[in-house]
Design a binder for this molecule. Structure first.
Ligand code: SF4
Ligand SMILES: [Zn+2]
Length: 445
């Protein structure tokens, strides 16, 4: 499928047509189609259109687009020069513009969590604005403050987190080029990462229509190259791509972060994200259509007792999740204070007080984190079909010794039980509780 125009049309008055590879016209556009219209056509006809050689015209300077492009907030196409000069827009308090980064598919350290070897981020920034989000503290943002300031008036990447979003509209076109040019055997592939490509680690890839369109284009390219894919999102809009996920078979897994079903607490910690049960329902829809699903139960909060954990795990078991990744909250970075303040604002003084204790007393956090990892692993044994993959933090491993230290290291080295077609895990991939049902972790410390 390709976009064509009559070369006899005037420069300013081109009529674009969508043609099949056999030359049959399947759609005609009045005037210059918006990026949204083009992405909709891709979706409707199930094929990608390469927009680089489609004779499209920049809506601002009227030059022909032959390389990188973006869209303005109304979805009109912009050449790269105009996109970089654009001031962007503010939509409901969110500053939106184009991300100038050259990154397409980056190697990732997330294989240490058995998640992936590569990540594709469809945007910089995230409208969900989760208080615990580590992304604004990473070098990817901290070292790009000038760019953030120029593109979206960002003064402080951390404090302003949740109020800026820079899209990478031409990512599917650039990914197509990267995948075609690069020898697959040169791509990083670790035992725990299995060559998986994850969307997205630094933003939510289905947070809105524009992000979802970029995501769909990228997933389509990855599937065409038979690469294993992990989708992680808090947005129920992920179900819009069910058709694509079905095509991918067991090369894809789709997951959501659900750390608590306490809607008030979650809305305080993740102010603009959809409620947890909406995420659960989205995964349920996907799983019922035989799409492999997983859950990220991260970060869990202090004060969760066995009943609350049982309730969560019961929901994940009913969902048929292939794996539940679990990690307790960690008192690192400026975002921890934001979590404490959010818990207090939500009237959860108990959680706020405990988080304050963790910030001042490392050992108190170590004991809490160990107990919570252990409790989640132990309660999960009540469900035959549930695999919990704990993520013990490096700080936790450093704070322990002997048998406990070895158990935590083994947990860290484990491979998640997901298959990804032929990229199957090593047989020794399972994790186990740190102690038996009747013991506490106290004696191991
Ligand atoms: S959805 Fe993910 S990337 Fe977005 S703010 Fe929340 S934790 Fe950060
Ligand atoms: Zn232009």
């Amino acid at each position: 499928m390709q976009l064509t125009w009559d070369t006899e049309d005037s420069w300013f008055d081109r009529t674009y047509e969508l043609e099949t590879d056999d030359g049959d016209t399947i759609e005609q556009f009045d005037g210059q189609p918006t990026l949204d219209k083009l992405r909709q056509a891709e979706r409707q006809y199930g094929e990608r259109i390469n927009l680089w050689q489609a004779g499209l015209i920049c809506s601002n300077c009227r030059s022909e687009i032959n390389g990188r492009f973006a869209a303005d907030p109304a979805s009109s196409l912009l050449c790269w020069d105009c996109a970089m000069d654009s001031q962007g827009d503010t939509q409901n308090g969110l500053r939106v513009n184009t991300d100038p980064t050259k990154a397409v598919m980056s190697e990732s350290q997330l294989h240490t969590k058995s998640l992936c070897d590569h990540v594709i981020n469809v945007a910089t920034g995230c409208r969900h604005g989760c208080k615990f989000c580590y992304v604004p503290t990473t070098p990817a943002l901290e070292h790009r403050e000038d760019m953030l300031n120029e593109q979206a008036d960002v003064d402080d990447a951390q404090q302003d987190w949740g109020s800026y979003l820079l899209y990478r509209d031409d990512l599917p076109e650039r990914l197509h080029q990267v995948l075609d040019e690069r020898d697959p055997s040169e791509r990083k592939q670790t035992d725990r990462g299995r060559g998986v490509v994850m969307l997205s680690s630094g933003t939510d890839c289905y947070q809105d229509r524009r992000a979802a369109q970029i995501t769909r284009g990228c997933v389509k390219e990855l599937i065409a190259h038979e690469l294993p894919v992990r989708i992680l999102t808090r947005s129920p809009a992920v179900v819009r791509d069910l058709d694509l996920f079905k095509q991918a078979g067991d090369l894809i897994t789709v997951g959501s972060s659900i750390a608590s079903l306490d809607t008030e607490l979650v809305s305080a910690m993740e102010p603009n994200a959809p409620p947890p049960m909406a995420r659960w329902e989205a995964l349920d829809t996907l799983q019922q259509a035989d799409v492999p699903v997983f859950v990220s139960m991260s970060p869990t909060y202090p004060g969760m007792d066995k009943y609350e954990i049982d309730n969560l795990l019961g929901h994940f078991s009913a969902l048929g999740a292939e794996v539940v990744f679990h990690e307790p909250i960690n008192p690192r970075g400026a975002n921890f204070e934001l979590c404490r303040a959010a818990a207090k604002d939500a009237g959860r003084d108990d959680i706020a007080r405990t988080l304050e204790t963790f910030a001042n007393d490392h050992q108190a956090w170590v004991e809490y984190a160990l107990k919570q990892i252990n409790l989640v692993q132990r309660r999960a044994t009540r469900y035959d079909n549930l695999n919990v993959h704990s993520w013990p933090d490096d700080q936790l491993i450093k704070a322990t010794s002997g048998q406990l230290n070895q158990q935590l290291r083994a947990m860290q080295q484990a491979v998640s039980p997901e298959q990804f077609g032929s990229h199957s895990p090593k047989p020794d991939s399972s994790q186990a509780a740190l102690t038996a049902e009747t013991e506490s972790v106290g004696h191991l410390l």
